[in-house]
Design a protein around this ligand. Structure first.
Ligand code: FES
Length: 83
């Protein structure tokens, strides 16, 4: 089952990453790219946290959810000059 649709990361990939030592959503993100897609984890971060909680035996409240930041896009100096 796909957990991160933007980066096509499966539940099994995330579970294996947690078994390999990742215990936060950010660690899973760095190792699998889950959460780095177009929605920046808005859709998948809570699902990833739930998988981490299941695999580690922690409660969901103990797994911090990273802040969702909008993707940064380059802006030309010319456009900035018109503002
Ligand atoms: S569903 Fe994971 S980044 Fe969009």
């Amino acid at each position: 089952m796909l957990i991160c649709r933007c980066e096509e990361v499966t539940e099994e990939e995330i579970r294996q990453t947690v078994r390999d030592g990742a215990v936060t959503v950010d660690e899973v993100k760095r190792r699998t790219r889950a959460g780095m897609g177009l929605c920046q984890g808005h859709t998948c971060s809570r699902l990833i946290a739930r998988i981490i909680a299941e695999e580690t035996g922690k409660s969901l409240d103990e797994i911090p959810i990273p802040r969702v930041r909008p993707p940064v896009r380059p802006v030309s100096i010319r456009l900035l000059g018109t503002l």
